[in-house]
Design a protein around this ligand. Structure first.
Ligand SMILES: *Cc1c(COP(=O)(O)O)cnc(C)c1O
Length: 388
């Protein structure tokens, strides 16, 4: 089959799933109590950060993910920033992360005055490679009384931020184990992986903190929103404190005991989140059906489609094919987008962005290879029901 014939087959499968007209990459689904809960907020005047929906949404997420505690924030980036602060990341520290990721995590590292250290991802999960972390720490790290230091730069290695790309769980258990040997706290960027499990355990619950995002393009949305997950009661209390302007409880006075952030999720957004949570399982089931259809298409065409590792569960947030070259990738992107079907390449690698170009990177063999070949396929919950 020619490339063109393969692309036609991909597009006709997208049309079979999503129908005619413009097919977005990922659109939100509001088919439950969204309007009712929003109206209730407005009618009760509780639209801002004080209101019952925020706590309810936190409880629902904590219970769903099997996390001890959940703290709602205005967005996922704010959750990452707060988590890094609480993990003790300071000016001139270094933070290990993956080069193939969305920019939010790197920005949050910089908000703390720290520098990202870019390591490679695994070819099969697109997420931080435990081998790369091991290799880096074995050759560079020195454990001293005050922390683990990078021998080459003299800077402290203050945290590690792996990310579960497109909802596919990474080898987070292995990363946490390696980092524990060096006393480096792990903050899991689980923004894309609500509903994804590594060997039965929900992503975002392995490290010191996990962070979620409820941006409009994620599996469920609150308009804008995020969440911190932790199993540590003390850290949860600290997180709640610094994300609510570090206000000390008092009957009427305004007392703040440190520099805090106005990061708490408003009640309006949480109301939307509560309605979305009622539909999460249904959305995940439908997304799994979409993924299965893409999977069987890929098998007949001899294409490689991203899939979770044996024993893991993906939320199938965004499906991704891995093509054979950058030329083929660009051909498909050109062809699909000119036919009103939104597909997109993966993010530019972080060290390819000007503000992160001077950061350390480990050679990034897999990341560079994937950067040229990944194409995301439309992955929303279809408006009309699907046959398996
Ligand atoms: C969406 C996303 C975030 C957070 O995004 P916000 O828009 O701030 O909620 C962080 N990391 C990754 C990998 C993401 O995909």
């Amino acid at each position: 089959m020619s490339n063109h014939q393969v692309f036609e087959r991909i597009l006709s499968e997208v049309r079979a799933i999503y129908g005619d007209g413009l097919v977005p990459l990922h659109r939100p689904t509001f088919s439950g109590n969204e309007k009712r809960y929003l109206t209730d907020c407005i009618d009760s005047n509780f639209v801002s950060s004080v209101g019952e929906r925020v706590t309810e949404f936190e409880n629902r997420i904590a219970e769903y993910a099997g996390a001890g505690f959940a703290i709602a924030t205005v967005n996922g980036t704010a959750a990452l920033h707060a988590a890094l602060q609480l993990a003790g990341v300071k000016q001139d520290d270094e933070v290990i992360t993956q080069a193939l990721t969305f920019v939010a995590g790197c920005n949050a590292i910089r908000y703390c005055g720290a520098e990202p250290v870019f390591l490679d991802v695994s070819l099969d999960t697109f997420s931080l490679s435990p081998d790369a972390v091991k290799q880096f720490l074995e050759t560079r790290a020195e454990v001293r009384p005050g922390g683990t230091y990078n021998r080459k730069t003299g800077r402290r290695l203050a945290a590690c931020v792996p990310m579960h790309t497109f909802g596919i769980p990474g080898r987070i258990d292995e990363i946490v184990k390696i980092c524990r040997d060096y006393s480096i706290p792990v903050i899991e960027d689980a923004a894309e992986s609500l509903g994804s499990y590594r060997a039965g355990q929900h992503t975002g619950t392995f490290g010191m903190f996990g962070t979620l995002s409820f941006n409009g393009n994620k599996v469920i949305t609150t308009g804008g929103g995020g969440m911190l997950l932790t199993n540590d009661r003390y850290l949860a209390e600290k997180a709640r404190h610094i994300t609510t302007t570090a206000k000390v409880p008092h009957g009427y006075e305004f007392v703040h005991d440190e520099v805090g952030y106005n990061y708490r999720m408003p009640n309006l957004n949480a109301a939307l989140g509560c309605a979305q949570m009622e539909q999460l399982q249904g959305m995940l089931d439908t997304k799994a059906t979409v993924a299965a259809r893409y999977q069987s298409m890929a098998a007949t065409l001899g294409l490689q489609l991203a899939a979770p590792l044996e024993g893991d569960t993906s939320n199938f947030w965004l499906n991704a094919v891995v093509l054979s070259s950058i030329a083929e990738r660009d051909e498909l992107l050109e062809y699909s987008n000119s036919h009103n079907i939104m597909m997109r390449p993966v993010w530019r690698l972080m060290p390819h962005l000007t503000m992160y170009a001077r950061c350390y990177q480990d050679g990034l063999r897999n990341s560079l290879w994937l950067e040229e070949r990944i194409v995301n396929l439309p992955s929303s919950v279809p408006e009309t029901p699907l046959r398996a």
